[in-house]
Design a protein around this ligand. Structure first.
Ligand code: DAK
Length: 259
């Protein structure tokens, strides 16, 4: 698939995926969502990939929300259909077996904040602004925002931000636990890359299982503890586990193979 709204840069297996609609502050239209879906579906099983950094083009905005210009034709049926499709895409990112980091370089509003929250971690620049302004438009978040915001910052603060549509800055987002780190804008990709490079030195099956188990905490089925028991057994049966233990005992660096 030819992408019209995504830029892809591969630096030794660390992919920077840039949403490239700067004139619309990188708002998510359906075309962009379809391209994101295609990208994640087609890289899920690529063992050469160490992780993904998701960012927005330009210095002003990560993603300023869903594309409001596409809203006018929405009704109950198409809105429900669009929400289902959106949830499928955001779950694909949340469940991606390699680290996915949002490098938030400006506005992360509505669907943009939701997309950042579906990533495994968020690194923000000082000019980043987060918010769920949907109630200003007479709707509610449609891409998982009501759930993931509570998961990340707790019920009390989440309900305030969802009801008031207030924007918060990077410092406040850090204090609330919505972002992992705040770094200068020109250091966003470097900081994200360093985290991915660290994770890439670990056993791939163990990393994929961490993603599975952390997500299972929030699911009723399977229960998170049961998921951890099964996942632990799976990692205990890998050659990488033997290698990791042997490397520790032999005082050398482990050479993981991903199996
Ligand atoms: N959609 C489309 N265009 C947008 C946009 C957006 N969300 N945000 C900005 N733009 C466009 C502006 O229209 C403007 O285009 P031109 O007029 O130059 O053609 C250009 O980007 C620059 O924006 P501004 O001139 O407004 O720039 P400012 O610096 O003055 O203001 C701002 C920046 C971010 C404060 C402002 O642009 C703004 O308030 N933007 C809208 C923020 C917002 O309300 N976002 C939408 C949140 S609601 C659903 C699932 C999910 C969702 C909806 C449905 N279903 C499953 C059905 C999600 C909804 C949302 O995300």
């Amino acid at each position: 698939m030819e992408y019209s709204n995504l830029l892809i840069h591969n630096n030794d297996g660390i992919i920077t995926l840039t949403i490239n609609r700067p004139k619309a502050l990188n708002a998510l239209n359906q075309q962009t969502l379809n391209e994101i879906k295609h990208f994640f579906e087609n890289t899920k099983n690529d063992t050469s990939i160490k992780g993904i950094i998701l960012t927005g083009a330009g210095e002003k905005s990560f993603i300023a929300g869903a594309d409001i210009k596409e809203f006018l034709s929405l009704d109950q049926g198409s809105g429900t259909q669009m929400a289902q499709n959106g949830h499928d895409i955001f779950f694909l990112i949340e469940r991606f077996p390699k680290p996915v980091i949002a490098a938030v370089n400006g506005f992360a509003l509505g669907g943009g904040c939701e997309l950042a929250m579906a990533c495994h971690m968020r690194i923000a620049s000082p000019n980043a602004k987060f918010g769920q302004p949907e109630v200003n438009l007479g709707i509610i978040p449609g891409y998982g925002g009501t759930q993931r915001l509570i998961q990340l910052i707790g019920k009390g603060k989440a309900i305030e931000l969802l009801m008031t549509a207030d924007m918060i800055n990077a410092e406040e987002a850090l204090r609330l636990g919505l972002v992992n780190h705040v770094v200068a804008q020109e250091e966003l990709i470097e900081k994200s890359s360093k985290i991915i490079a660290t994770i890439a030195t670990k056993a791939p099956v163990a990393i994929a299982k961490i993603v599975e188990c952390v997500n299972a905490y929030y699911n009723n089925e399977p229960d998170g503890f049961m998921a951890e028991i099964a996942a632990f057994g799976r990692t205990a049966g890998t050659a990488d586990f033997q290698e990791g233990a042997a490397a520790f005992i032999e005082k050398r660096k482990a050479n993981f193979k991903g199996a």
